[in-house]
Design a protein around this ligand. Structure first.
Ligand code: ACM
Length: 283
């Protein structure tokens, strides 16, 4: 009986399609970067397109003045305006990374925008390496947002290294974790397969390619953007150096079904009182 009911609900669940954009922005060329990224996004049909981390600005900052001059207001800045225009034109939702200015602080943030305007901002919780010189760590709670029939959570790049973040989003009901990135560790894409498997969610990693060499340093990015399904299968993938956008259908029923065997439900099998240390303060 239960099985039949589940199959019926699969059949009636609305379709949802996600995409990533992969490429290399040019440092400081905000208008050009946004135009190129959103043109790539428009080239593949999707309900939600995810662009990489710090897409509008580039990654390797060299002075605080540079951060201050490129940081934007989350609702009125060039990234918000460009994303809203594209969301209305292409009738879809978009996520992109940008440097945010808010009340005298700077954050490594991502915007979720739909045809109705800005829906959410996420501020990267786990800053990587020199990012700590330029940005304040995220100060907003992890959250899940309705995007059409889907429930979407956001992480940014190095957050992947902290499985607690993806687990928290999954426990809040995320079907899809959008993951704008500028990945530098070669094992991050593989780890994201695990994030999908251990939470039975889709993950969409939109990564950068190439090398950014500036007075502030030289950083090489790993490409290989991917969409991973709740069983850990890669359903869309880019190459190491490709500039592209790629999409895949999301099976929302699959993401919502946490059943592993008739007697084993992924979430109900958890024993959180034995791992309270996971959420204890660092020491
Ligand atoms: C990173 O978090 N951009 C490595």
């Amino acid at each position: 009986m239960l099985r039949t009911a589940r199959r019926d609900s699969v059949a009636h669940m609305a379709s949802f399609r996600v995409a990533f954009v992969q490429g290399a922005p040019r440092f400081g060329r905000v208008a050009e970067n946004l135009e190129r990224g959103l043109t790539l996004a428009a080239g593949v049909e999707a309900d939600l397109s995810v662009l990489p981390e710090l897409w509008s600005s580039g990654y390797v900052f060299s002075t605080h003045a540079e951060v201050a001059s490129l940081a934007e207001d989350a609702t009125t800045g060039p990234t918000a305006r460009a994303l809203i225009a594209a969301a209305r034109r292409d009738r879809r939702h978009l996520i992109a990374g940008f440097p945010e200015r808010h009340r005298g602080r700077f954050y490594n943030s991502a915007l979720l925008v739909g045809p109705g305007g800005v829906k959410a901002v996420y501020r990267k919780l786990h800053l990587f390496d020199r990012e700590q010189e330029w940005f304040s760590p995220g100060d907003l709670p992890l959250a899940v947002h309705r995007v059409g029939p889907a429930r979407v959570g956001l992480l940014i790049c190095f957050d992947w290294r902290f499985p607690e973040t993806a687990r928290a989003l999954a426990l809040m009901g995320a079907d899809v974790i959008a993951h704008p990135s500028n990945l530098v560790f070669a094992n991050a894409q593989a780890a994201m397969l695990t994030r999908s498997i251990e939470n039975r969610v889709y993950t969409v990693t939109a990564n950068r390619i190439g090398v950014e060499s500036r007075p502030g340093g030289r950083v090489a990015f790993t490409g290989r953007s991917q969409i991973v399904d709740p069983r850990g299968a890669v359903v869309a993938r880019a190459g190491v150096r490709e500039t592209c956008a790629r999409a895949a259908d999301v099976d929302l029923a699959q993401a919502r079904d946490k059943t592993l065997t008739p007697m084993t439900n992924l979430f109900r099998s958890r024993r959180p009182r034995f791992y309270r240390r996971l959420v204890a303060a660092a020491h």
